[in-house]
Design a protein around this ligand. Structure first.
Ligand SMILES: Cc1ncc(COP(=O)(O)O)c(C=O)c1O
Length: 485
């Protein structure tokens, strides 16, 4: 070979970058014509995606065309104004561009020394987030990929704080330890169960505290469960409270729960993955639970703050607790320290870490606190409009309220609960099959319920009105049809 292989020339990189941006521009300019969901019959996607290992490379134009033709039509478009499933999120354009820059620089933010400005920016954005969500700024904090791992790491720190440093050396097995207990509500996210499994508590020692008729953890039941466990010789380690539950957007009463935790010497972790940022919206400023009471906290900028996926912020008020669990410095990672340095590899088990802070820095600086607040308030108002429209419609009901822009609704034309369950499930299926919108469901005391989550940065009042029209039309048609045997 006469030339050394190498990468594209920088000029070619720019040229292809422009081609990609042109494709994305067209995608977003015509986004309302793009189906949100995939056709129900996707066939053998892996085969159609040219799965054979290519021996020779092809032009970028070909890669881009294949991506448009073979991949895009089979994606669920989360960054679409009519995506209302699970929790609607957004990759705002400044965040998307920041991801490109992050990938291009490919900095590893494991040590201060391995990219000082990456670690410094992480500290800056974590400070901004603590200010936005109302958590003490003099806490330890770190960016992680998602709330599930943040909760896992927080509960590892809580476990080790309860057992003392010997657990790092001696482990958990074959020792005369009390049974360790965790507590959360029967509405908590499954990541708490996964943490209990991974950390060796076991699901049998994750006590599910009953919630009230608004799906909020009952502090009196928590107190009773902890008292009973203490009387039986168990060791209560941590409580996980939720601010913005996945099912219906309920918030546990954090102040009362923190009081129970404090009296019993139990660590309080608050999962505010969904609910944390809504206090920025002026109409919710006084309604979101006080997150400052948590021993550890997770909030998810990738859910509600217009940041592309994999950006979650973990906070812990006990300085050094995360490092007590995770700090381990191999010879090849030793570096000089002073009062300005922070080595983020010490706060979680992850060593190689992408430069996540840049996308947060770009998005928060681009919109500003006021711009973020305005956009969050817009979603709140769209959800309020939908809730009111549903409440005024005969045969429709909002069976459970939430302060957040997550609207649960149910079509109830029949006196038979099972028929209503079936109808609501059919409505969800038909909306999703139409490609016009994507919605999801939950099951609560009232039965099968349609969930409409509003939070994408592109969603307008007209989008929500169109969805509400589609829901009513499908409901009326389905109700008129005989039910399949
Ligand atoms: C309340 C709550 N906690 C935790 C999670 C898990 O978040 P992640 O996907 O960032 O791990 C979710 C996901 O939707 C959630 O709704």
């Amino acid at each position: 070979m006469s030339e050394e292989p190498g990468d594209w020339a920088p000029a070619q990189f720019e040229e292809h970058g422009r081609e990609l941006l042109a494709v994305l521009r067209e995608h977003f300019e015509s986004i309302r014509q793009v189906p949100v969901t995939v056709p129900s019959d996707t066939g053998d996607l892996s085969a159609s995606l040219l799965s054979e290992l290519p021996e020779q490379g092809v032009d970028f134009e070909r890669v881009l065309t294949d991506t448009r033709e073979l991949v895009l039509p089979y994606l669920v478009h989360w960054n679409h104004p009519s995506f209302h499933g699970y929790f609607s999120n957004s990759a705002s354009f400044p965040g998307v561009l920041a991801e490109t820059m992050t990938a291009a620089l490919n900095v590893n933010a494991m040590l201060w020394k391995s990219g000082p400005a990456a670690s410094a920016l992480e500290r800056v954005v974590l400070g901004w987030i603590s200010e936005m969500v109302g958590y003490p700024e003099d806490s330890d904090s770190v960016l992680v990929n998602g709330a599930s791992l943040a909760t896992l790491y927080a509960l590892a720190a809580a476990r080790d704080a309860a057992l003392g440093p010997s657990v790092r050396v001696e482990g958990l097995a074959g020792r005369d330890l009390p049974v360790l207990r965790l507590y959360t509500s029967d509405q908590a996210h499954s990541s708490v169960d996964k943490a209990a499994i991974t950390l060796g508590f076991g699901t049998a020692n994750l006590v599910k505290i009953p919630s009230d008729d608004q799906y909020r953890m009952r502090p009196d039941a928590l107190e009773a469960a902890i008292s009973a466990d203490l009387a039986n010789g168990f060791k209560p380690v941590a409580v996980v409270a939720s601010v913005g539950t996945t099912s219906v957007g309920a918030a546990d009463p954090v102040t009362a729960i923190a009081d129970v935790c404090e009296r019993n010497g139990v660590w309080l972790h608050v999962d505010a993955a969904f609910g944390g940022f809504w206090r920025l919206a002026p109409s919710l400023a006084d309604q979101v639970e006080d997150l400052s009471l948590a021993d550890s906290l997770v909030v998810n900028p990738h859910k509600t703050l217009y940041i592309p996926m994999e950006a979650s912020a973990l906070y812990c008020r006990h300085r050094g607790a995360l490092a007590d669990t995770f700090r381990l410095v191999a010879e090849y990672l030793k570096s000089a320290q002073d009062e300005h340095t922070v080595d983020y590899m010490n706060l979680t088990p992850q060593l190689g870490r992408s430069f996540r802070a840049l996308k947060l820095w770009w998005v928060i600086r681009t919109f500003g606190r006021a711009g973020l607040a305005e956009r969050l308030e817009h979603s709140v108002q769209l959800a309020n409009w939908l809730r009111e429209a549903v409440a005024e419609e005969p045969l429709w009901r909002v069976p459970v309220d939430s302060i957040y822009p997550l609207v649960c609704l149910r079509f109830e034309p029949s006196g038979d609960r099972e028929v209503n369950d079936w109808l609501n499930a059919e409505i969800v299926e038909e909306v999703n099959a139409s490609g016009e919108a994507f919605i999801s469901h939950t099951v609560i005391d009232d039965g099968y319920v349609i969930r409409v989550s509003i939070g994408n940065i592109h969603t307008t009042r007209a989008d929500v009105e169109r969805l509400w029209r589609a829901l009513r039309e499908i409901a009326a048609r389905r109700f008129a049809m005989p039910r399949a045997a």
